[in-house]
Design a protein around this ligand. Structure first.
Ligand code: SF4
Ligand code: SF4
Length: 284
């Protein structure tokens, strides 16, 4: 574990506001999970304060156990048939024009939960036709039919996070596979040219600049358009250690390199998370 104190650039300004508790109440009212809570995201005050959140569907127990992630690994829950409607109602109540929906990984389900994703997208569109939907999907173990089920529901953006550089997969996310993740991103663009493809990567896990640039290359080769890069923060001492706090200048450098390589939108900074200011990519 990195014993250095967190640098100043990672300190989050606290702000008070009624929207924060309003958002919390809506999430509770519709019995929903958010990745903001599950991952203990440092931007929660800001995002909830702006009445936005990232909904996490298909339960709060994951069938994988990535060493960076705060989501509980445990017995998967029964899929809640009422969840699509509840997510759609929460989106409408919060008045969101852009929403991100993600899930735990459900390796126990034959379709990986893709049909449920499609239902959530469909319901949101039905209740709030003006709202753009971004889905952050698991790899569905590379199952193309599952990806098609989600793509056919026509979200604006499909995101799948590569999370880290391939050299670190064994220690960071041993149940996942870098090549499978690249295939998922490749298939998004092959099958749905009009849907934006997106990925996210964490830094500070022990990767080098060369590792990162190679990942950018791999991502551009499979047609990835939107990229987010953020500092990894260890949820506890039991999780993977923070190897390094990356300086904001390096984030800026990564952003410039990624733009030069052809990404259409890049968000890179210490507190950037996959869903942070996600709507900006469509506005750019
Ligand atoms: S950055 Fe994403 S996960 Fe974090 S609080 Fe905002 S919406 Fe939630
Ligand atoms: S698969 Fe996703 S939700 Fe599950 S432990 Fe890994 S990062 Fe967390």
């Amino acid at each position: 574990m990195n014993t250095q104190r967190k640098p100043d650039w990672l300190k989050v300004k606290l702000s008070k506001g009624q929207s924060l508790s309003y958002t919390k109440n809506i999430i509770a009212q519709f019995s929903l999970n958010t990745v903001c809570d599950e991952a203990n995201c440092p931007n929660k005050i800001e995002c909830f304060g702006k009445k936005t959140a990232t909904f996490m569907i298909l339960g709060s127990n994951c069938t994988r156990n990535c060493r960076f992630c705060n989501v509980t690994c445990g017995r998967p829950e029964t899929v809640d048939a009422g969840e699509p409607e509840n997510v759609a109602k929460a989106v409408a109540t919060l008045g969101l024009k852009y929403v991100v929906v993600t899930s735990v990984t459900r390796d126990d389900l034959d379709d990986g939960g893709s049909e449920h994703f499609a239902q959530v997208i469909g319901k949101i569109k039905e209740v709030s036709p003006q709202t753009s939907v971004e889905v952050l999907i698991p790899d569905f173990k590379g199952n193309v039919e599952a990806l098609k089920t989600v793509g056919d529901a026509a979200p604006a953006v499909i995101s799948h996070n590569v999370e880290t550089v391939p050299r670190l997969y064994n220690e960071v996310c041993p149940q996942s596979d870098y090549r499978t993740s690249l295939e998922v991103i490749k298939n998004i663009k092959l099958l749905y040219p009009s849907i934006m493809s997106k990925t996210g990567i964490m830094v500070g896990l022990g990767e080098t600049k060369e590792d990162m640039i190679q990942v950018f290359r791999d991502l551009r080769e499979v047609g990835c358009e939107i990229l987010t890069i953020g500092q990894y923060l260890a949820p506890s001492k039991e999780h993977h250690a923070v190897i390094e706090y990356i300086h904001p200048d390096v984030f800026e450098e990564y952003k410039n390199i990624a733009y030069e390589m052809g990404f259409t939108f890049v968000k890179s900074g210490p507190l950037v998370r996959s869903s942070y200011h996600a709507d900006e990519a469509l506005k750019s």
